[in-house]
Write a protein that binds this ligand. Structure first.
Ligand SMILES: [Zn+2]
Length: 485
């Protein structure tokens, strides 16, 4: 996707705007009667018995005399990035639904607010205009090839936003791919191609190699598939100037049946998206590469399926992980923490400054937060605090949960070093983190992200689609914060 951008420092008048079919007005509370089409907007507002200020709560879209469509929204300085994105998503929905080729973006206010609003509007317009391909004959095609900005000439070319958009789109494209089109074997091939295109070092640990190495936690999940095409993939991006070394990890379960503890139909539907964590990690890696962040990233992807089969792992099995710990299997649907355990060990052995993992991991995180916000847990309190800030900055909201040692008593096993999980509930998202923490070597600072908001019906923040790529924006902000650390 390549969109031509034309920036005009001056505002456009009605004559200029009559050449456009689609226009978006990012306003402040001060414009009111001075903007183009003010009379048409005023008529609509009076018809719905609202005042101009109402545009700060709910955007208004009107038809123009030239047959065009214009949306008006007030975006004040006091808004959080999430609120700004949400208002812009609502303001642009009708425009983007018409798949425009060209959009006029009219920016008002003082210098600071114009930069903030232009960047946010550019992000929301481009990220929602991208066509995510599917197998429907009438699948939408994106036609947007030009954005003309009026009223603000930025000192940058929006390249950093393009990078974030590319990461988000890659994540959503992979996550929504049906499971028969994205088996571990196919996914591995796609990643190999992507690594070649992006200049990443590429290495694979396949099932044979992992068995040989003694990665019994990962193998327990991978062994239930035929063919045994599961693998841990290791990608590396290395900038010339490398201020920090950070490992990012993603859970990539291409389909999660639950295994022998089979999911009922209602909960199995959609489980092709259980590889979302790996797609988020890939999206972050792609965005960071395009942004040329001064950093070394080791990206580890745990790619497998969780199947029911004669060779699949069972309750009461005891397996030994790569770090030598024996694990008592309690529930075969808790496969995410199994594949991540050995992946965390591999990542931590390279002694990065930080490890950040991404996974659609527990139902209890969704119970705790719903599907609007994602939760993090860290073995360093200050890292969890940074994550909350990074999430706020990105417009992808993050809440920190505790990492308290006494939760370990729930995971004590009579027959192995640790239980995989409990059947009693009582904070499984915290149990999962306590479990995962046991597989990190060298006491590396680690942040675990449980992606409870990966899919929300009707859109979330900037993104109109249900599968929203949550975590790419947050992850990129997190990297930026940690580089400066
Ligand atoms: Zn599962």
């Amino acid at each position: 996707m390549s969109i031509k951008l034309i920036q005009n420092a001056a505002n456009a008048d009605e004559n200029v705007l009559n050449r456009y079919q689609h226009a978006l007005f990012a306003l402040t509370e001060n414009e009111d009667k001075s903007i183009p089409f003010a009379q048409i907007l005023a008529t609509k507002l009076s018809r719905i018995k609202k005042e101009y200020k109402y545009l700060g709560k709910s955007p208004v879209t009107v038809d123009l005399p030239n047959g065009g469509l214009a949306s008006f929204v007030i975006l004040n300085e006091s808004l959080t990035p999430f609120q700004r994105h949400t208002l812009l998503r609502k303001a642009t929905k009708q425009i983007i639904d018409e798949q425009p080729e060209k959009i006029a973006l009219c920016i008002y206010g003082n210098e600071d607010i114009r930069n903030i609003n232009a960047c946010a509007a550019y992000y929301v317009l481009t990220v929602n205009s991208a066509a995510i391909s599917n197998r429907k004959k009438s699948a939408p095609i994106s036609n947007l090839n030009q954005i003309d900005i009026f009223g603000y000439q930025a000192a940058h070319d929006y390249g950093l936003i393009d990078a974030r958009v590319a990461g988000n789109i890659l994540c959503r494209q992979l996550t929504t791919t049906p499971p028969n089109d994205l088996t571990p074997a196919i996914y591995r091939e796609k990643i190999r191609t992507l690594a070649k295109e992006s200049g990443w070092r590429h290495e694979e640990y396949d099932m044979l190699k992992l068995k040989e190495m003694g990665a019994g936690a990962f193998v327990a999940v991978g062994q239930g598939s035929d063919p045994q095409d599961a693998a841990i993939i290791h990608l590396t991006y290395q900038a010339e100037l490398e201020k920090k070394h950070i490992a990012i990890i993603g859970k990539g379960i291409c389909f999660d049946t639950g295994g022998h503890n089979l999911k009922p139909a209602k909960y199995m539907l959609g489980m092709h998206e259980d590889m979302n964590g790996s797609a988020v990690a890939l999206g972050i890696l792609l965005a960071a590469t395009k942004m040329k962040l001064p950093i070394k990233i080791d990206c580890w992807l745990a790619i497998a399926q969780n199947h029911i089969s004669p060779t699949a792992y069972k309750q009461n099995d005891i397996v030994t992980a790569l770090n030598g710990m024996s694990i008592e299997i309690v529930h075969t649907d808790a496969e995410g923490r199994m594949v991540l355990a050995d992946t965390l060990t591999l990542a931590s052995r390279q002694k990065p400054n930080y490890i950040i993992d991404f996974a659609t991991l527990t139902g209890s995180m969704i119970t705790a937060l719903g599907d609007r916000i994602s939760g993090v847990i860290s073995n360093r309190t200050e890292l969890a605090c940074k994550a909350v800030c990074a999430g706020n900055k990105a417009g992808e909201r993050i809440v920190a949960f505790p990492y308290e040692e006494d939760f370990d008593s729930d995971l004590e096993s009579d027959v192995a070093d640790i239980k995989q999980c409990t059947l009693e509930g009582g904070g499984d998202h915290i149990h999962a983190a306590r479990f995962l923490g046991k597989f990190i070597e060298n006491d590396i600072s680690w942040l675990h992200t449980d992606l409870s908001s990966a899919n929300r019906k009707g859109g979330l923040g900037a993104i109109e689609a249900d599968t929203n790529g949550f975590g790419v924006g947050f992850g990129v902000e997190m990297l930026k914060l940690l580089i400066e650390d």
